[in-house]
Design a protein. Structure first.
Length: 304
């Protein structure tokens, strides 16, 4: 009897489990079948709300992405000729300072006076200021311009700075977790290296920001060219007066040449004179002393 009851209990348990499994499966069927139905409903809703052709065009226009703003660094080299160089240089500085810029360097001087200025102009005011410098200082001789797109450079530097800062934060965290002196020294050295790299990137970032914020204009101001000196025309006169003038010119040329030769020989003549005076004095002195008279032969015999 006990075995029969156990068998009946087992059969009832198996049947209950099967019923639970069927109910779960049946409960899941509507959920699985609801996905295609939901897709169909969304498609119907989309078809019902489909806009008119004109409205589609407007939607496409509004969904277009705006063009990426480019960052450009401007430079220019301008050469101007002005009647008054110093006044033109002062006027150029007034233009730049009034626009919010500044003078990077200035070199004025020479004979004739010239001026070389490095002007930093706000990029927004660059076209207007360059036009004033070209037209209001004097006559424009030459102008060279260049524009460098530094958008990618700035994005690259910003990304590398962000990565460097994150790496430094992680290294400082590791430094706080270091347990041995070797680990501390190793992590500290890596921190110093990454910090130096970060400072170099920040310096480059600052330089790029300066180049894009202010355009660079190198201005050279020169004076007008000097008038050529015309050679004096000779008066080709003939006749007596012409001959007299030519003779006088020849005479003066001869005299000039003679005086030139005399001037060149005069130092040697003075030296020769200084040497000749003592020689002449000695010679005259020797002539002034009379020679001894000769002894006659007879007187010599008598003397013997």
């Amino acid at each position: 009897m006990r075995k029969v009851l156990c068998a009946l209990a087992t059969v009832a348990l198996v049947a209950g489990c099967a019923a639970d499994g069927d109910s779960k499966t049946d409960a899941g069927l509507p959920a699985m079948a609801s996905a295609p139905q939901a897709d169909k409903e969304m498609a119907d809703a989309g078809a019902a709300k489909e806009p008119e052709p004109g409205e589609v065009k407007n939607v496409q226009v509004t969904q277009q992405s705006a063009p990426e703003q480019r960052i450009v660094a401007y430079t220019a080299t301008l050469r101007v000729r002005a009647d008054k160089v110093e006044d033109a240089a002062a006027k150029a500085k007034t233009f730049v300072l009034g626009a919010g810029g500044y003078v990077g360097s200035e070199n004025t001087g020479g004979d004739p006076v010239t001026a070389m200025l490095t002007l930093k102009v706000p990029s927004a005011q660059y076209p207007a200021i360059l036009n004033r410098l070209s037209t209001e200082l004097g006559k424009k001789i030459s102008l060279e311009q260049s524009a460098e797109d530094v958008t990618e450079q700035i994005a690259d530097v910003d990304s590398r700075i962000k990565s460097a800062k994150s790496a430094l934060d992680r290294l400082r965290t590791l430094l706080g977790q270091a347990k041995t002196i070797g680990e501390v020294l190793r992590v500290s050295g890596e921190i110093d290296t990454r910090q130096a790299d970060l400072e170099a990137l920040q310096a480059r970032q600052k330089s790029l920001a300066q180049r894009t914020t202010f355009a660079t204009v190198t201005l050279e101001i020169v004076p007008p060219p000097l008038a050529p000196v015309e050679p004096k025309k000779k008066d080709d006169r003939g006749g007596f007066l012409g001959g007299l003038e030519n003779g006088w010119n020849a005479f003066t040329a001869f005299v000039d040449g003679t005086l030139t030769v005399v001037g060149a020989l005069l130092p040697f003549a003075v030296l020769a004179l200084l040497l000749a005076v003592p020689a002449l004095w000695l010679r005259r002195r020797r002539r002034a002393v009379p020679p001894a008279p000769p002894i006659e032969p007879e007187r010599e015999k008598e003397a013997v």
